[in-house]
Design a protein around this ligand. Structure first.
Ligand code: HEC
Ligand code: HEC
Length: 355
């Protein structure tokens, strides 16, 4: 009786389900696929076990993805990020920079403005590349389907994701100019760096010397250090566009975002006060590029159009990127770019389904 009901309820089920329910009518179908599926990789269970494909297909696909993502998470992430996604996995106690608490919806490495959730593509980048200088490993060899699934899963830790996702404001990152090693650009970048007060946290030399702020607590209450531009890899990535993105989006609560025309506000009149602590020789060198900047705030705000200011902010941004990249002294090895650990997906031989 029970069997008959099942056959009736799921007329569209595959031969597999019919066989399992013991109501196969065609002996020819005796290839026993059920045996294969019992031994299959847990990540590859049949898709439509409980519901026919036509029924609420979108919802079911998402549920399926989230469920797969949960398995990926349990395999690779739970040790640090914790069962509840709160960053309190068993390994967290031994880490200085704590694993991200996904329940807060706050992320550092985004291509969205500082009040927004990240894009899925940002999470994908973090997972694929890892985060340099901290324990977050890179998973470059994780199959694409698993990355997509685990991204869907970690989103579920933040209950307001669906509600807020349409409010995300993307910070555009244009193509990088080709002359980032131009001497004048780098000098101008140094002026932008000093006058925009990056030096307050990163030091006058980009490695912390003379920084007025030296201790930080991030949005989750954990200690952080301002990045030393002369060493190591950047968490948000090492390409010119990555660096541009990082200071345009900011790093939520520890580093402000320098978006819109903020970076246009570099004017010659404040040069002397901002460079008072530099050596006289350097001040003279920097003075040689001062005429590239507006004389004062009056010129900037009353004589320039909004469009001109944005253009200037854009130029200043790339000058800043040029300067920051010019400070790098260590060769950036592939391992350094990928982060401290590179975790590989299981080799095919370890997978039960290949046997
Ligand atoms: C060995 C510990 C460890 C493991 C394993 C680990 N993470 Fe992380 N993860 C971290 C740490 C630490 C941070 C925070 C880094 C920081 O704030 O600079 C982090 C941050 C993140 C972030 C947030 C980045 C941002 O923009 O703020 C994401 C997303 C992330 N991890 C995803 C994952 C996923 C998915 C997995 C499993 C596939 C995983 N992590 C495995 C330690 C780990
Ligand atoms: C209020 C302090 C503060 C100011 C001001 C500041 N930063 Fe930062 N910055 C930090 C801290 C702290 C970090 C390290 C964050 C981390 O490792 O998670 C950082 C990291 C960075 C990184 C590296 C991020 C990565 O991917 O690892 C870049 C690039 C950067 N800052 C650029 C700038 C620029 C350019 C300016 C000025 C326009 C600036 N910062 C101003 C505090 C500051």
């Amino acid at each position: 009786m029970q069997k008959n009901i099942r056959c009736f309820v799921f007329p569209a089920s595959l031969a597999l389900a019919l066989l399992a329910a013991g109501c196969a009518v065609e002996p020819a179908a005796e290839k026993a696929p059920s045996e294969d599926s019992a031994a299959a990789d847990p990540l590859e269970y049949p898709k439509w076990e409980t519901v026919a494909p036509e029924e609420n297909a979108g919802y079911n696909q998402r549920a399926n993805l989230v469920q797969r993502g949960h398995l990926v998470y349990l395999k690779y992430c739970v040790g640090c990020h914790g069962e509840y996604g709160d960053g309190k996995g068993p390994a967290a106690a031994r880490l200085i920079t704590q694993p991200r608490d996904f329940t807060s919806g706050i992320y550092k490495f985004r291509s969205t403005d500082s009040g927004s959730l990240p894009l899925e593509a940002d999470l994908h980048r973090t997972i694929s590349r890892g985060l340099a200088r901290v324990s977050m490993p890179a998973f470059p060899l994780m199959p694409e389907s698993e990355k997509i699934a685990v991204i869907e899963y970690i989103k579920t830790f933040y209950p307001r994701w669906e509600e807020q996702k349409d409010d995300r404001l993307i910070v555009p990152v244009p193509a990088a100019p080709s002359d980032l090693d131009d001497e004048d650009r780098i000098l101008r970048g140094r002026v932008v760096y000093l006058l925009q007060q990056c030096s307050a946290c990163h030091g006058t030399d980009g490695r912390g010397t003379g920084a007025t702020q030296t201790e930080y607590v991030d949005a989750w209450g954990d200690p952080q250090r301002a990045f030393d531009f002369t060493r190591g890899s950047l968490k948000g990535g090492n390409t010119p566009q990555d660096v541009y993105r990082t200071f345009h989006t900011g790093l939520r609560s520890i580093m402000p975002s320098f978006g819109g025309d903020t970076l246009a506000a570099v004017t010659a009149d404040v040069f002397d006060t901002s460079t008072a602590r530099l050596e006289a020789g350097e001040v003279e060198t920097l003075r040689s590029v001062l005429d590239h900047f507006p004389a004062d705030g009056n010129v900037l705000y009353s004589q320039m159009s909004a469009g001109e200011r944005l253009e200037l902010a854009e130029r200043n941004s790339w000058d800043l990127v040029a300067y920051i990249l010019s400070l790098r002294t260590e060769t950036t090895t592939a391992a350094a770019v990928l982060g401290p650990t590179v975790l590989h997906a299981d080799p095919p031989s370890a997978s039960p389904s290949s046997g």
